[in-house]
Design a binder for this molecule. Structure first.
Ligand code: AQP
Length: 342
């Protein structure tokens, strides 16, 4: 079998489940913007089918999808350069996911830590969709033959599963059809932690709004949340080793580094020896400087929702130029009669 050369293509997505936050921005969105360029084709998606794996109010889901689209554009995604759309408008994602449901093994899915975390103790009452989520995620990526996927650290295991599904599909059918995708988990903020608890990931679903900085927060709210962020009584160290066993301090330094495009060592060379009373206002000022223009632009874009819907529809049309032939070929490989007509 010859090694197929795949076009360098980036795919990633974010769930429109409300409360787009600093973790989503630094771990994902900002990285998506950084990867736009001549080196890659870039495909970015609002994964609304993933969002409904847990209950979403329909009106809120529509609002969050449009707001997330506004967030992508406000952060710097150019819908002419990148393909930008919502997942449900491209049916091949869900169709390929069904094929992958028949490739992935129950044991693989049961090992997913996000499934265990999100289903909690009440697995019997969780949706089947939540269990099958990683298979849809593999389809999201592989329907584009994406070679690279920028994500936060929490998605590492799902990316490994995507590779396992591609390898098993290729082996089962004796083809070299799906690429073995590379995760891109880079930068100082691959895992932004809660502002209230340095052991917990900053998350959309945390009941405490003080635990996260939302992309829609105004300057005063951002400053207040940083001022009240949990810290320890010690001064900041001058080197990264000094952040050992200081999760809250490490988190704030990581956020500062990612927002300013510096390394942790560069930040500590500047702020080492300072108390949090001095560092927090510096961080608040930086966060407001970087995030306020994005939230202002998001609000402006949300003033013309018809335009947002047009962008998403156009993005979906462009996406289908890639996904329809990939699904057709998949069906052919699997042995579906009439696959040519897909
Ligand atoms: N805290 C985080 N730090 C860095 N990256 C993060 N991501 C999420 N949280 C952090 C990255 O954002 C992208 C989109 O994530 P998602 O839409 O799948 O949502 P999620 O991971 O479910 O986000 P939340 O906030 O954690 O939501 P809930 O509360 O529903 O669990 C991904 O690339 C993710 O890595």
């Amino acid at each position: 079998m010859t090694e197929t050369q795949f076009t360098p293509r980036v795919f990633s997505g974010i769930q429109p489940s409300g409360n787009l936050h600093l973790g989503n921005y630094l771990g994902a969105l900002k990285r998506f913007v950084d990867m736009q360029g001549p080196e890659w084709e870039t495909v970015y998606c609002m994964v609304d089918l993933h969002a409904i794996t847990t209950w979403q109010d329909p009106a809120d889901l529509m609002h969050s999808t449009r707001e997330l689209c506004a967030g992508f554009i406000a952060a710097g995604i150019d819908p002419e350069q990148s393909i930008l759309f919502n997942q449900s408008q491209v049916p091949e994602h869900a169709q390929l996911a069904w094929v992958f449901n028949c490739v992935a093994r129950m044991g693989w899915m049961q090992r997913m830590t996000q499934w265990k975390d999100k289903a909690g103790k009440n697995q019997q009452n969780a949706s089947l969709g939540l269990f099958a989520y990683p298979s849809l995620m593999a389809a999201d990526i592989l329907i584009y033959h994406a070679t690279h996927v920028p994500v936060g650290d929490d998605q590492k295991q799902h990316l490994e599963l995507t590779r396992d599904i591609a390898i098993k599909f290729n082996n089962d059918f004796g083809v070299d059809f799906f690429p073995i995708t590379e995760p891109v988990i880079e930068g100082a903020a691959t895992r932004v932690m809660s502002l209230r608890d340095g052991a917990k990931k900053m998350s959309k679903s945390d009941p405490s709004d003080m635990s996260r900085i939302n992309m829609t927060d105004d300057a005063d709210t951002i400053a207040k949340k940083i001022r009240k962020a949990k810290t320890d009584p010690d001064a900041l160290p001058s080197e990264a080793d000094g952040l050992e066993n200081r999760p809250e301090a490490r988190n704030l330094v990581n956020i500062y580094a990612a927002l300013s495009d510096l390394t942790v060592d560069q930040v500590l060379a500047e702020v080492g020896g300072k108390q949090f009373g001095e560092f927090k206002p510096m961080l608040a000022e930086l966060a407001v400087e970087k995030l306020s223009p994005i939230s202002t632009e998001m609000a402006r874009l949300m003033g013309d929702q018809a335009e947002i819907d047009k962008i998403l529809a156009r993005g979906a049309e462009r996406a289908r130029e890639v996904t329809v032939p990939v699904l057709q070929r998949t069906y052919e490989i699997v042995g579906m009669v009439g696959a040519k007509q897909v």
